[in-house]
Ligand binder design. Structure first.
Ligand code: 5RP
Length: 222
C-alpha cells in the first residue's frame, strides 16, 4: 500500500452511517473515495456524498456512492480532501488539481475537515508550491500583469495537452510562484479584494485533523 492509499483508507474509517460527506479531489482523495465506495458496496454503509469536482463525481458515481448536489444538503458532517502543502500552523495550499473553488465551498459548509497527505506535503511555511488563483476570463491578463508587478512570478496553468486549463466553473488558473508566503492571512485578504479573482488556494484556519502517511503508518494529528 502506498502512502496516499494508506491515508485514504485511514480517513475513510472516520465516515459513519448517516453522514453527509464531502469528497475531495486529487490522487490522494482518489483512494479515500475508493475506500468509501468499498464500504458502501460491501458493508452497506449509508452515506450521502457531496463532491468537489466533476472528476470525483464521476468516480463516486461509478462506485455506487449516493450523491447530492451541494444545494440539496443542509450541511456537511465531514469533508476529506488532499492538500498540496500544510504548514506547521496547519495552514494549507490547495488547488494543484484546479478544484479549490468547489473544495473551499464544500470545506466551509463542513462541520469537520480532514486533510490526507503524504509527509512530503508538510512544510514549515507555505509558498514553495505555486499558489493557484482561479480568475474569470475577462481582464485575466490585467490580473496577470498585476501579479507580475508585485513580483509574484505568475504562470498560466495549462492542461495535459498544453492548452490553457479551464476549471469546472469555466474559469482560468494563474499560479503564483512566490517561493515563500510570509503573511498568508494578509495575502489572502488582498486576493479576496481583487475583482476578477474567483478564489485562491490559501485554506487558512479550516482544517481540524490531518492524517499524514509515513513509512511507519498513518499518523493522525488533531
Ligand atoms: C485539488 C487539490 C488536491 O487536494 C491537492 O492538489 C492534492 O492533490 P494530490 O493528492 O493529487 O497530491 O487541492 O484541487
Amino acid at each position: 500500500m502506498n502512502l496516499k492509499e494508506m491515508v485514504g483508507y485511514k480517513a475513510a474509517e472516520f465516515v459513519k452511517d448517516g453522514m453527509t460527506v464531502g469528497l475531495g479531489t486529487g490522487s490522494t482523495a482518489y483512494y479515500m473515495v475508493e475506500a468509501i465506495g468499498k464500504r458502501v458496496k460491501e458493508d452497506g454503509l449509508q452515506i450521502v456524498g457531496v463532491t468537489t469536482s466533476f472528476k470525483t463525481a464521476d468516480h463516486a458515481r461509478a462506485l455506487g456512492i449516493p450523491l447530492k448536489d451541494i444545494d440539496e444538503v443542509e450541511k456537511i458532517d465531514l469533508t476529506i480532501d488532499g492538500a498540496d502543502e500544510i504548514s506547521s500552523q496547519y495552514q494549507g495550499i490547495k488547488g494543484g488539481g484546479a478544484a479549490h473553488l468547489f473544495e473551499k465551498i464544500v470545506a466551509n459548509l463542513s462541520d469537520k475537515n480532514i486533510w490526507i497527505v503524504d509527509e512530503s506535503k508538510l512544510v514549515d511555511e507555505l509558498g514553495a508550491f505555486p499558489l493557484p488563483i482561479e480568475v474569470v476570463h475577462f481582464g485575466s491578463g490585467q490580473l496577470f500583469k498585476l501579479f507580475e508587478k508585485k513580483g509574484y512570478k505568475p504562470t498560466w496553468r495549462n492542461d495535459k495537452e498544453g492548452k490553457q486549463l479551464v476549471t469546472d466553473s469555466g474559469n482560468l488558473i494563474i499560479d503564483l510562484n512566490m517561493g515563500l508566503i510570509e503573511e498568508p492571512l494578509k495575502l489572502a485578504k488582498w486576493l479576496d479584494s481583487l475583482t476578477g479573482v474567483v478564489e485562491h488556494g490559501l485554506f487558512l484556519n479550516c482544517v481540524n485533523t490531518v492524517i499524514v502517511g509515513t513509512s511507519e503508518g498513518p499518523v493522525v494529528e488533531e
